[in-house]
Ligand binder design. Structure first.
Ligand code: ZN
Length: 260
């Protein structure tokens, strides 16, 4: 039983239906890239996973919590581009540039045991569940950051006890609810704890796996399009045939043309 309202599809046991992610190959990478051009970050995440998990319906992916989704995206990224991720972060105090190499396996957590719970707050029982991509899509037009947070709170948390059941959670409970959401779904925010060698400040920043992977997919797509263009000009092959070649063969033919 879900104490919180949920308009979105939330098939029970969605996690069990999601299999191991398949790295995108040339053709599926270009499909995801093309579709993602028209999409925001939440939809892009689903589009990438849709190509990596072609048997899983999009609504099932959308019903995963953000942490579950990001766990799959981490696995996808590691399968496509390897386990380490070079990052550049600016120090918030002195603007020094920190270059680091993240070990993505360190971020991978087991799927959450429970994704909803009831907490006590000032005599109230509050039903809380971890937000999903569907929730984020539903609230994205709510307005500014404050309105968006309120809309998400209304979707994912409701009073269960101590007041009218189903009533909205009071605004001053938002922090407690957010803390419970983070506890339920710890992988939803991949936080880096950093220290600046130049000014000695300690700070933290969030690793956005969707934006990071999307940037890599864009770069890979641009390179693939260039390869298709060069090979099509040289050999007259179709895009379909060129994308069906293994990366090793594509590069070997490019070398033969003298263009790589
Ligand atoms: Zn600094």
């Amino acid at each position: 039983m879900s104490p919180a309202r949920n308009d979105g599809p939330s098939p029970p046991g969605a996690r069990r239906l999601v299999g191991p992610v398949r790295p995108l190959h040339a053709a599926t990478l270009l499909v995801a890239w093309e579709q993602g051009q028209r999409e925001g970050p939440v939809e892009r995440a689903l589009t990438l996973l849709g190509q990596a998990l072609p048997e899983t319906p999009r609504e099932v992916l959308a019903a995963l919590t953000i942490g579950e989704r990001d766990g799959l995206l981490l696995a996808l990224r590691m399968g496509m581009f390897g386990p380490t991720a070079p990052c550049v972060v600016g120090c918030p105090r002195c603007d020094e540039t920190l270059e680091l190499e993240l070990s993505l396996a360190d971020f991978s957590l087991p799927p959450p045991v429970e994704t909803e719970s009831v907490i006590r707050f000032e005599g109230l029982g509050l039903g809380v569940r971890a937000p999903t991509s569907q929730d984020l899509l539903e609230v994205r037009r709510a307005g500014d950051a404050t309105a968006l947070a309120a809309a998400l709170l209304a979707r994912c948390a409701r009073v269960t006890e101590g007041a009218e059941p189903g009533a909205l959670v009071p605004a001053h409970a938002a922090e407690a609810v957010a803390a419970e959401m983070a506890r339920l779904d710890p992988q939803a925010e991949l936080r880096l704890e950093l220290s600046c060698a130049a000014c000695s400040i300690d700070f933290s920043t969030v690793f956005d796996v969707v934006a990071y992977l999307w940037q890599e997919v864009e770069t890979a797509a641009q390179r693939l399009l260039l390869e298709v263009d060069l090979l099509a000009r040289s050999y007259g092959w179709s895009e379909h045939d060129i994308l069906a070649l293994t990366p090793t063969r594509r590069r070997a033919y490019l070398r033969l043309t003298g263009m790589a």
